[in-house]
Write a protein that binds this ligand. Structure first.
Ligand SMILES: Cc1ncc(COP(=O)(O)O)c(C=O)c1O
Length: 383
């Protein structure tokens, strides 16, 4: 049965909204001749944030010893503070890392899994992190269990149950994406985190797509481990992610790279921060661009930008379902998708191309509103 769109009262995407979007698009460095639909893979950085990033790089090169040797600690502390405030966390419960893959490798490779233990997950997770857990599982003789999600996805309780039926006495970890990569679905992580907490199961959330796209309040979530990216939807320079770890569990975490922060001569902060944040010589400018990215979005009333982008993704999805008869995986409701939308491709496509997402930044209304163009785009995206 084709899924019926849920009646919504979205803000109209009118001429004023279009003008605003075009002005915002001009602030990004993306080639203006490209209809850029894939914001989800690597994000995009606006000019003011990129300028700040390059300014940090120039400052570093001008006085490397002063910058890396003397100022780094305070600069990183300030950047962590800005990000922690944005995410509703305490500054010292969070460290900056190059990306969410690194963040969750740190967690997966630290947790004391025993032979026979299980990591419960879904069949919508990101391939690199499925590999991470499989790698760790092979080392520890533990097992990654991927629960199949319903199709179509219509009811949050049904999703929760589909995942939770995979819990066994050997389940030690619940690993979920906040927003899935192949399907762009916002998973109902809150009730699952609450249940896992009661059952004594560690929760590890892949927030690659969440910050900047949906509200993230880490204290309210009461999650154990949360990794995220700033270079996707928060518009920082590339190479900025974070790892949050609940205070009581920080002693479980080992650094992937052991450096001066392990048993430091002069501590910067807590052992968790020191061990993970003090690494060898590297360029921290992407990390330092994060406060500028947060300010960029705050200065531009990002909640309404997000809402308009959602509306564009919604319209694009609607045009394509009307044109092709393809059924959407989730209902037309902002509780299920934000600024990214996906549609399954017809059976003529291979499995790998069929899993690719249609990702929409929101600044390309004409491309998606025109039916013929939309079909072409769907084909282009399918490989
Ligand atoms: C859900 C999910 N997790 C993790 C990642 C990996 O992000 P990164 O390469 O920045 O670590 C991605 C990238 O698209 C993703 O979609």
């Amino acid at each position: 049965m084709p899924m019926r769109p849920t009646p919504l009262a979205p803000p109209a995407y009118d001429a004023a909204a279009e003008r605003r979007h075009l002005a915002l698009r001009d602030e990004f460095l993306i080639d203006p001749d490209v209809v850029f639909l894939n914001h989800g893979s690597f994000g995009a950085c606006p000019r003011p944030v990129f300028d700040r990033y390059q300014a940090w790089q120039r400052e570093l090169e001008r006085q490397p010893v002063e910058f890396v040797g003397r100022r780094q600690r305070d600069l990183l502390t300030d950047a962590r503070q800005a990000l922690a405030t944005y995410l509703g966390a305490q500054r010292d419960d969070l460290v900056l890392v190059p990306n969410v893959t690194t963040a969750l490798n740190i967690v997966a490779r630290s947790l004391p899994l025993q032979p026979g233990d299980e990591v419960l997950s879904t069949d919508h997770e990101y391939g690199a992190l499925q590999r991470t857990w499989t790698f760790v599982g092979e080392q520890r003789q533990a097992r990654l269990v991927a629960q199949r999600l319903p199709k179509p996805i219509e009811d949050q309780d049904e999703v929760v149950e589909a995942i939770w039926t995979g819990v066994t006495p050997r389940t030690r970890v619940l690993f979920l994406s906040h927003i899935t990569s192949p399907t762009a679905v916002i998973l109902p992580i809150e009730p699952l985190i609450a249940r896992a907490r009661e059952a004594g199961i560690w929760t590890v959330i892949d927030g690659a797509h969440a910050p900047g796209q949906i509200d993230v309040d880490l204290s309210r979530l009461e999650v154990d481990f949360y990794g995220g990216n700033c270079h996707k939807w928060l518009s920082s320079a590339k190479g900025a992610g974070f790892l949050y770890v609940r205070k009581e569990l920080q002693s479980l975490i080992d650094p992937l790279v052991v450096s001066w922060g392990w048993r430091p001569n002069e501590p910067w902060s807590t052992p968790f921060v020191d061990e993970l944040q003090r690494q060898g010589t590297h360029d921290i400018s992407a990390y330092l661009s994060v406060p500028a990215a947060i300010a960029f979005q705050q200065d531009r009333d990002w909640p309404s930008v997000r809402q308009q982008c959602h509306e564009l993704a919604r319209l694009a999805r609607q045009s394509m379902t009307t044109l092709t008869g393809i059924e959407a995986l989730v209902p037309d409701d902002p509780k299920w998708f934000a600024q990214m939308a996906t549609l399954p491709l017809p059976p003529s496509c291979t499995t790998s191309t069929a899993s690719r997402s249609l990702r929409h930044t929101g600044a390309r209304r004409r491309a998606c509103a025109s039916p013929s163009r939309a079909t072409t785009l769907a084909r282009t995206l399918s490989g």
